[in-house]
Design a protein around this ligand. Structure first.
Ligand SMILES: [Zn+2]
Length: 907
C-alpha cells in the first residue's frame, strides 16, 4: 500500500528539505483503526468480551503476533449486491474451510457491525451469535482435524469503512458512481464476515450484480457477465491462486476502461467515467514495468490479469489487491501537467506492481514483518527508475530518501521488524517498513552483488510462492542461494535500529604522502542501536587524478590511512551515496567548491551544495551555487542548488537565481528557483518578476510557485495577482488551487470571502481543501469563522474533513475543541483521522490563546492534513528548515566542546 499521506507528500513545490520536514512533522501513517466503537461503548465491550470467552478459539489472542488458527479458510464465494440509496451492501458469502484443531466446536469470523440474517453449515441451518466484531458459528458437533465445512452467511450492512460509496448528490450531480473497497490492514471485516488476518490464504469467486451500465473489477479472471432482472448485470470473477483476505477487492461503478494487453496477460486501466483519456498518458508504461520486473526476478507475473483501477476519494494512495490494484484518481494527471513531472506517477505504479510479487504472491505472516511487503515495493520504485530514467533521477531519490529518513527522528530507535506497534494508529506502516527497508535492500544488493542478489530473490519467491513469510525466510533464501552469511547485516539493519552517523575529518602528511581519515560513528549506542560494520569506499582526488579505496568501517572511532601523492583536491567517503548514513564531513570551503563542480556522482555534488548553502555571506559559495544552477547536467541538482540559495539570501544570491531563471526551461528547476525567490524580502525587483511568471510562464509549476512566493513576500500587488489566478482557468484548476493556498501565505483577511466561497460544497475537492487550509491561517479572532470551518467536520469526504480538522488546530481558537471532541466519537473516521484530531485538540488545549493576525503560515507547528495541499505545508516548513539549521549549528558547536566518546579505538 502507499498511504495517501505518502502519495500526497511528493509535490513539486516542496524542496527536498521541505519534504523532509513534511514527512517528519505530518506523517501519521495510521492505516488502521480497529473496533473504534468499542473504545467508547462499554456495553458493547462487555458483550464482545463474553462472546469471546464463550468461544473456544483463540482468534485475536496472539496479536500483534500472527494469530493461531482453528481452521483454514480455503475458498470464499462472495455474492454482493448494493443498495446505493442506503449505502448498503447485501451479501451472501459461502466459505469453504478445513478444521485445523481437534474438538473445534465453533468457528469465529471477523465481522464488524454487519447484520447477520442467516447461517447454514453444510446447507443446514446453524446456530450463530453475532457481536459487534465477531460472527461465531456453532458446528453441528465437535469436529476433527481435517474435517471440511461449507458455511454460508447471508448478511447486510452499512460499512463504516472497508467499503466506500462515492455517489453523485445535489452538489456534485455529475460525479461518476463508484463503490470500492480497501481491506488493508484489517478492514475487509467491515463489509464481509471472514477470517481477516494475513496468515491464511484463500481463493475467491466474486459475483457482483450491478446496474447494466456499470463496470466491475474483482480479483482474478472475468468468467462472464450475464443479464439480470431490472436492467442489471451479474459479473462473475474467479481468483484461482490463494491470497490473504486483506487483498480482496471489489470495485463497481461508472468507469472508462482501456485494455493494454501485454503478451498473454490481460492488462486493464480504469478511470472514473469521463477521464479515460488520461489513462494511457499516466499508466501506459505498465507493460514495460511488468517486463522489467519479470526479467529481473526471473519469475513470471503471478496472477491471471493485472487491472489498475483509479477511484475518487480513495483513502490511500494505492493498494495492491491481488491482480487488481486500486489507486487514487489524483494519479490521473491532466495531460497538460504530465510533461512537467519527470517521473510522473511511476513511483506509485511501480510500487503497486512490485507488490504483486512481494506482498501478494509472498505475503508477510504478521504486520511486524510488513517490510517484506513494503520495503520490497519501495525498492522496486528504484529498480524501475534505474532502468527507465537518467541515472541522476535514481540517485536523487536515494539521496533524498536518506535525508528524509534521518529527519523522521522518531524512526531512528525502532527496528524494521518489531511488535511494539500501536494498534490504534497502525504505526508499523512507518518510514522504516517503507523507505528504510527499501534502502536496506538496495545496500544488500550493493554488498552481495547484482547477480547473487537477483538469484536470491528468485529463490525466495520460488520457495515461498503462495505462502506467508517472516524475515527469517528471506535471510535463509539468500544464504541458500549465495552461501554468504548475512546474519550481521540483518542484525544491524533489520532487527537492529538506527543507521550510522559519521563524523569525518582527515589530515594530509606531505612528508609521508599519506592521508589519514578519521571516522567516528556518533549515533548514540543504546536500545537496538549499535555500532555498524559497513563496507564502503574512500576516493581521493589529487592533481594526478582520482583513486578509489575500499574500506570496512566497524568501530566507534578509527583512522584509515591512504597513500596520496599530493595534497588532495577532494576526499569522498561512500562515493555516490550507497549507504543509508548521516555524514558530517569537516571540509574547508574550497573543498566543497571543488566537489560541487567536479564530483561525478549526484549525491556528492548535492552534499556540497547543501554544505555551501550553510555558509553565510560568502560570495564564492553563492557564485558556485549559481554556476551549479546553470551548468549542472542534472535538473534535480540544479533544483537542489536553488534550494540551497534560498537559505543564503542577499542580493548576490537573488541575482544568481534570476540569472538561472533565464537559462532554465525545465519546469522542475524553474519551480524551485521561483520558490527560492520567495525568501528574498529585501530585493525590490523580485515581486514584479514573480507577477510576470505567475501570469504567463510556460511552466504551470513555476506559475504556482510564483503565487506562493508572492504570498510569502506579501508584496503590494500580491492580493491582486493571487485573485487573478483564483478567477482564471487552468488544467485541473492547478493555478486556482495554488492561488487559494497562496492566500494563506499572504495572511490578508480580505481573502476571507473568496476562501469561504471556494471552501463550499459544490466546488472541486482540491480547491475546497486549499481554501479551508488558508482559512485556518487568517482572521483568527473571528469566532464565527471558526464555527464555519467546524461545520465541515461532518463532511463525508475525508480530505475535506481532514482539512477542517487541521485548519481548526491552526487557528488556535479553543472554542473548536468540543466540535473536535464530538468528531472523535464518530464511527466513520478515516485511518489517519484519530491521531490527527487528538493532536489538534492537544494543540488547542495547550495554546488556547494562540491567536492574532500574525500569519501563522509561518508557525512551525501548523499542521496540514496529509492528503491536502502541499503549499500550505511548505509554508510552515520554511520556518522548520531554518530552525533546524540553527539547531544543528548549535549542536555542532556543543559537540565540538564535548570530550571525545569513551569507546575510542583510534588506531
Ligand atoms: Zn505498498
Amino acid at each position: 500500500m502507499v498511504a495517501l499521506v505518502h502519495f500526497a507528500s511528493v509535490d513539486f513545490e516542496l524542496s527536498p528539505v521541505e519534504r523532509v520536514a513534511v514527512l517528519k512533522k505530518i506523517l501519521t501513517p495510521a492505516l488502521r483503526l480497529r473496533q473504534i466503537n468499542l473504545y467508547h461503548c462499554t456495553a458493547v465491550l462487555a458483550i464482545a468480551a463474553m462472546a469471546f470467552l464463550a468461544a473456544p478459539h483463540r482468534l485475536g489472542a496472539d496479536e500483534p503476533y500472527a494469530r493461531s488458527r482453528d481452521y483454514d479458510l480455503q475458498h470464499s464465494k462472495i455474492v454482493l449486491r448494493f443498495d446505493t440509496d442506503q449505502k448498503k451492501v447485501i451479501g451472501d458469502v459461502t466459505h469453504t474451510l478445513s478444521i485445523l484443531r481437534d474438538s473445534t466446536a465453533k468457528i469465529a469470523f471477523d465481522s464488524v457491525n454487519l447484520t447477520i440474517q442467516n447461517v447454514t453449515v453444510n446447507k443446514s441451518p446453524a446456530k450463530f451469535e453475532s457481536t459487534a466484531t465477531k460472527l461465531i458459528v456453532s458446528l453441528p458437533a465437535a469436529s476433527h482435524l481435517g474435517d471440511k465445512f461449507e458455511i454460508e452467511v447471508r448478511y447486510e450492512g452499512k460499512p463504516a469503512k472497508g467499503m466506500y460509496f462515492i455517489l453523485p448528490d445535489k452538489n456534485y450531480p455529475n460525479r461518476p458512481k463508484q463503490i470500492w473497497t480497501q481491506g488493508e490492514s484489517e478492514d475487509t471485516r467491515y463489509y464481509l464476515p471472514t477470517y481477516d488476518y494475513p496468515n491464511d490464504r484463500l481463493t475467491t469467486e466474486t459475483i457482483l450484480t450491478v446496474p447494466a451500465s456499470w463496470l466491475t473489477v474483482a480479483n482474478g479472471k472475468l468468467i462472464n457477465v450475464i443479464d439480470a432482472p431490472n436492467s442489471m448485470k451479474t459479473w462473475t470473477w474467479r481468483e484461482s491462486l490463494p491470497s490473504s483476505t486483506y487483498l480482496i477487492t471489489v470495485v463497481a461503478g461508472e468507469f472508462d476502461e482501456i485494455k493494454d494487453p501485454y503478451r498473454n496477460l490481460p492488462l486493464t486501466y480504469y478511470a472514473p467515467k469521463g477521464r479515460g483519456h488520461r489513462l494511457n498518458i499516466n499508466y501506459g508504461r505498465t507493460p514495460q514495468m511488468v517486463e522489467l520486473f519479470k526479467k529481473k526476478l526471473g519469475v513470471d507475473y503471478p496472477w491471471e490479469k493485472y487491472a489498475q483501477v483509479m477511484v475518487d476519494d480513495f483513502v490511500a494512495g494505492g493498494m495492491e489487491n491481488s491482480s487488481a490494484t486500486t489507486n487514487t484518481s489524483s494519479s490521473l494527471k491532466h495531460p497538460k501537467l504530465v510533461p512537467e513531472y519527470p517521473t510522473n506517477e511511476d513511483d506509485l505504479i511501480s510500487h503497486e506492481l512490485a507488490h504483486q510479487w512481494f506482498g501478494d504472491l509472498v505475503t508477510c505472516k504478521d504486520w511486524g514483518d510488513v517490510w517484506l511487503n513494503e520495503g520490497f515495493a519501495d525498492f522496486f520504485e528504484t529498480v524501475w527508475r534505474e532502468a527507465h530514467y537518467p541515472k541522476d533521477q535514481t540517485d536523487f531519490k536515494r539521496w533524498n530518501t536518506a535525508r528524509e529518513w534521518f529527519w523522521k527522528t522518531d524512526l531512528f530507535a525502532k527496528p524494521i521488524v518489531r511488535f511494539d506497534f500501536d494498534d490504534s494508529t497502525s504505526d508499523e506502516f512507518d518510514g522504516n517498513a517503507y523507505e528504510k527497508a527499501g534502502f536496506v535492500l538496495y545496500m544488500l544488493r550493493h554488498q552481495i552483488g547484482e547477480e547473487q542478489f537477483w538469484r536470491s530473490l528468485k529463490h525466495y519467491l520460488e520457495v515461498h510462492r503462495g505462502q506467508n513469510v517472516v524475515t527469517a525466510d528471506f535471510v535463509k533464501a539468500i544464504e541458500e542461494t549465495t552461501h554468504i552469511n548475512n546474519d550481521r547485516f540483518f542484525n544491524e539493519w533489520i532487527y537492529g535500529a538506527g543507521a550510522p552517523k559519521f563524523d569525518l575529518s582527515y589530515t594530509y602528511d606531505d612528508v609521508k604522502h599519506q592521508l589519514a581519515l578519521k571516522v567516528k560513528q556518533t549515533q548514540k549506542v543504546e536500545g537496538s542501536v549499535g555500532i555498524f560494520q559497513v563496507p564502503t569506499n574512500v576516493e581521493i582526488t589529487t592533481a594526478s587524478g582520482p583513486k578509489l579505496y575500499p574500506i570496512t568501517v566497524s568501530k566507534a572511532a578509527e583512522t584509515f590511512t591512504f597513500p596520496s601523492d599530493s595534497a588532495p583536491l577532494m576526499v569522498l567517503f561512500d562515493k555516490g551515496g550507497h549507504l543509508l548514513k548521516f555524514a558530517d564531513f569537516h571540509k574547508e570551503k574550497k573543498e566543497w567548491l571543488y566537489q560541487l563542480a567536479h564530483a561525478t556522482e549526484f549525491s556528492d555534488r548535492a552534499d556540497a551544495a547543501v554544505a555551501l548553502g550553510k555558509i553565510k555571506n560568502d560570495d564564492e559559495a553563492v557564485a558556485a551555487l549559481g554556476r551549479a544552477m546553470k551548468d549542472d547536467k542534472s535538473p534535480d541538482m540544479r533544483a537542489v542548488a536553488a534550494d540551497a540559495l534560498s537559505h543564503v539570501t542577499g542580493s548576490l544570491a537573488a541575482k544568481q537565481l534570476l540569472v538561472a531563471l533565464d537559462v532554465n526551461e525545465d519546469p522542475l528547476v524553474r519551480a524551485h528557483i521561483v520558490a527560492a525567490l520567495g525568501y528574498f524580502k529585501d530585493e525590490s525587483s523580485i515581486p514584479t518578476r514573480l507577477e510576470a511568471i505567475a501570469r504567463d510562464d510556460h511552466s504551470f509549476r513555476a506559475r504556482a510557485a510564483a503565487l506562493q512566493s508572492l504570498g510569502r513576500l506579501k508584496s503590494p500587488n500580491a492580493f491582486a495577482s493571487i485573485t487573478t489566478a483564483v478567477k482564471g482557468d487552468s488544467p485541473d484548476d492547478f493555478l486556482r488551487d495554488a492561488g487559494l493556498r497562496a492566500f494563506g501565505y499572504l495572511g490578508d483577511d480580505k481573502a476571507v470571502p473568496v476562501l469561504r466561497e471556494w471552501s463550499s460544497l459544490g466546488k472541486a475537492v482540491p480547491s475546497r481543501m486549499a481554501a479551508i487550509a488558508s482559512l485556518g491561517r487568517i482572521d483568527k479572532d473571528n469566532k464565527e469563522l471558526t464555527r464555519f470551518i467546524a461545520s465541515y467536520l461532518s463532511e463525508p469526504r475525508f480530505a475535506v474533513r481532514e482539512s477542517a480538522i487541521v485548519a481548526l488546530g491552526n487557528r488556535g481558537d479553543a472554542s473548536a475543541i468540543p466540535a473536535l471532541e464530538d468528531l472523535l466519537q464518530a464511527n466513520d473516521l478515516s485511518i489517519e483521522m484519530v491521531p490527527m484530531i487528538k493532536e489538534q485538540i492537544t494543540k488547542l488545549q495547550k495554546h488556547p490563546s494562540a491567536k492574532g493576525t500574525a500569519h501563522s503560515g509561518d508557525s512551525d507547528d501548523d499542521k496540514e492534513p496529509a492528503s491536502s495541499d502541499q503549499s500550505a505545508v511548505t509554508q510552515r516548513l520554511d520556518k522548520l528548515e531554518h530552525l533546524f539549521q540553527e539547531m544543528s549549528d548549535r549542536l555542532k558547536s556543543i559537540e565540538a566542546r564535548l570530550p571525545p566518546p569513551k569507546k575510542d579505538h583510534d588506531q
